[in-house]
Write a protein that binds this ligand. Structure first.
Ligand code: SF4
Ligand code: SF4
Length: 104
């Protein structure tokens, strides 16, 4: 049985520093989405369905914000597909950043 973190290891994921290959179009939209799912007692789809535990909620004062650990991403694009607000885009990386997929 594999855990989600295993996907990062087997995908051979490596990124250049400062890599920002996933675009979040509106932070406000994410805040509203997180609040809505909180009220339902659930986590947002980007968190629940990400293959590699990239998405998270960051707490800043009384705000709950969408955050990402992009260095873990294996570029499956699930988050882009499941985001109910179409608020994400997974872009191609550059300079050889990303997974090499040999271990998958
Ligand atoms: S599911 Fe989409 S809108 Fe909701 S927090 Fe994630 S990226 Fe933002
Ligand atoms: S593309 Fe999205 S769902 Fe897939 S690993 Fe990266 S952040 Fe997670």
């Amino acid at each position: 049985m594999y855990a989600r973190g295993d996907a990062v290891f087997f995908a051979g994921t490596r990124y250049h520093e400062g890599n920002r290959h996933i675009e979040e179009f509106s932070a406000q939209t994410c805040q509203t989405c997180i609040r809505t799912y909180d009220q339902l007692g659930k986590v947002t789809p980007c968190i629940s369905d990400c293959t590699a535990e990239v998405h998270r909620v960051d707490v800043l004062d009384d705000l709950r914000l969408h955050g990402m650990s992009l260095e873990n991403c294996i570029q499956c694009r699930t988050c882009e597909i499941v985001c109910p607000q179409m608020n994400l885009r997974v872009n191609p990386t550059y300079e050889g950043s990303g997974p090499d997929f040999f271990g998958l």
